[in-house]
Design a protein around this ligand. Sequence first.
Ligand SMILES: Cc1cc2nc3c(=O)[nH]c(=O)nc-3n(C[C@H](O)[C@H](O)[C@H](O)COP(=O)(O)O)c2cc1C
Length: 270
Amino acid sequence: MNTMELIRSRRSVRSFDGAAPDREQLDELLRYAAAVETPYALPIEWRILDAKAQKLSCPVITGTDTFIAGKLRRAPHAEEAFGFAFERVLLCAVSKGLGTTWIAGTLDRPAFERAMELKPDEVMPCVSPLGRPAAKMSLRESMMRKGAKADSRLPFEELFFSGGFDTPLTPDKAGALKDALEMVRLAPSAVNKQPWRAVVCGDTVHFYEKQGKGFVAANGWDIQKVDMGIALCHFVCGMEEIGRRNTVEICDPALPHPADTVYLASVRLG
Ligand SMILES: Cc1cc2nc3c(=O)[nH]c(=O)nc-3n(C[C@H](O)[C@H](O)[C@H](O)COP(=O)(O)O)c2cc1C
């Protein structure tokens, strides 16, 4: 499967079949993760965790004790960097037949952070279970999917714009960007809020975050910026797939934008 097929086929998996994933596969995944680069040049340390041995609990997950987690230094853009990198890692896991779910909230965070030996200046934004998806979803999993409307996404023209926020972009007008923008549209996000917005201006695509209420912690940490990192990752994957060179840069075009929407980054296409 190519990356766009992986993105189309992935979903959060919360019910697993009970078998521990192959150690070799996990080592390969860790090697892949260690080599992942982000546009923000912030190093991330990855570990495989064993929930049983390390007494970690993640109540929404059944049928696996294996988790992957990453930690990095608190710094500007740590959220986007983590989102970008972890999505690459999780897509690699999916390519190996493993189920994954981004988990930021429904976990015993202090226990996971202890297992990651988190230092005061570090953050562990999310973890994911790893394992073979169970043949049938648990009742809790299907209820969670219904609650988050996890199978639906906002329409293309509500997310993407041409030249400015006043001109919605329809898929038929998106030309060579259509598939990569569709990859953004399909991305996973915290409670499926889909905060990404993008404005196409010539050969540059400017990404914005539509800030939902209640997502920014008292210390300024914004989980929706992790979603934005995932969106950037999917866009870059889509462009790589069609062999288009791209550079992620922070270069605010100062376009007029809605009050609840903030500029995040731009992707310049070569
Ligand atoms: C940053 C982030 C945090 C998330 N946190 C949780 C979580 O704590 N618990 C959970 O069950 N799902 C969590 N999710 C999964 C989302 O609910 C899920 O991606 C979304 O509903 C879309 O469903 P899908 O992944 O199956 O496409 C999170 C997703 C993201 C991207």
